[in-house]
Design a protein around this ligand. Sequence first.
Ligand code: SAM
Length: 137
Amino acid sequence: MIDTLIQDKKKMPLNSIKLLDCSCGIGTQTIGLAKLGYNVTASVLSRQAIRRAKREANKFGVPNVKFKVADFRELERKMKEKFDVVISFDNSLPHLLTEEDLELACRNIRNVLNEGGLFLKKLKRGRVIGHSHSKND
Ligand SMILES: C[S@@+](CC[C@H](N)C(=O)[O-])C[C@H]1O[C@@H](n2cnc3c(N)ncnc32)[C@H](O)[C@@H]1O
């Protein structure tokens, strides 16, 4: 499903699409997308989750995923590159409890996207919501 949504918007070869999963947890979406051929970086708040996600990525044959411990409120500072697609699945953003924190996370996500980049998020039981980043955002 994520792949279909991305391909619908991004007419580029998969391995040239730089994708950040900014709430990767133990790597469910990360691993699936890396297996399809996306160029994936994965981050999450918890160091423990990153350790587990690395183990899972190795187990599932995608050792080339780049992993980083990062709060989604500080992506801009932590990431040294920009991405064509950022995803946040499984109701991760609602872990933030104030409007200020949510705004900060959204600003950070926007600022690590390339011009024309795509942000996909999935909240609890919801459908996937996509936003395209343009200069006027
Ligand atoms: C439901 S889990 C996501 C599961 C993930 N998609 C997976 O496949 O494992 C929500 C994740 O959001 C992470 N999270 C919560 N607050 C965060 C924050 N401020 N920055 C980054 N990640 C955060 C949690 O550590 C947790 O791994």
